[in-house]
Design a protein around this ligand. Sequence first.
Ligand code: SF4
Length: 297
Amino acid sequence: MPLSPCKALRGQGYQFFSPESSAAVKPCLWCKKALKGGEQCYKHQFYGIESHRCVQMTPTLRCNHRCLFCWRSFEHEYPGERECTPEEILTGLHDLQKKALSGYKVSPYVTCERFSEALKPAHVAISLSGEPTLYSQLPALIDLLNSQGFTTFLVSNGTNPDVLAQCAPFQTYVSLPAPDEETYLSICRPAGDYWDEICRSLALLSTRRSAVRLTLVRGLNDHSPEKYAALFESSGASYIEIKGYMYLGYSRKRLRREHMPDHSHIREFAGRIAQYCDYRITDENTKSRVILLENVA
Ligand code: SF4
């Protein structure tokens, strides 16, 4: 009998597409801030994505990593879950976003125009939690979302290059959590050793609009800038994002506040990487503690 998605996650704002599935939507902080006319997410600054029209979702919460820095709980697994079809997910997107944001309709800070725009999302970030390539219909889901005019962002841990190769989102992200295999195994504690698969996923990025995302954890993976530089360079990705680890959610049970780098540390490390490759710092957002690099060659 499949396990029902946990009440604890509902309490954290997760909205599930079906009681037997872990496919979920969760409006992020920036969506809510932007809805009230406040600041937008760094993706608006870097890529023009409007936060109040962005849906953060995942087709599954399952994952083959147990990253120390992950904000999710590893206790909330769904071994027998039923997969939602892409059509169910498409239908549910509008309904769940509406349900999640309904309380904002009466807020004095939310204009009618912004509220109705938020109910007609334009962007889908497949990046909530879990590894989306473990969902067997991911290429079809992305094709369906693209056909409906959504701008799609896919964030993957890179462990399934064969699935990633079949996916055609607007922008593909691959997370690179370490400069080498040894560090990867100690930080991500994967179900198997997927280092070669991650490298194969990075090799797919030069032919598409893409980004490599590094979550920098002070004292754990902020070393060997020359190795990161070589991996970034060989990927040929359009963008590199170096983002500081945030001491949030369940990661607080595994790491300490001191593991969270401040913005100057991230910037300095990004600068050291840039010394070894053709990527240069082109933008940054101090609030989100993220540095953007682009290839200038
Ligand atoms: S790959 Fe992502 S979802 Fe999976 S454990 Fe790591 S941070 Fe969490």
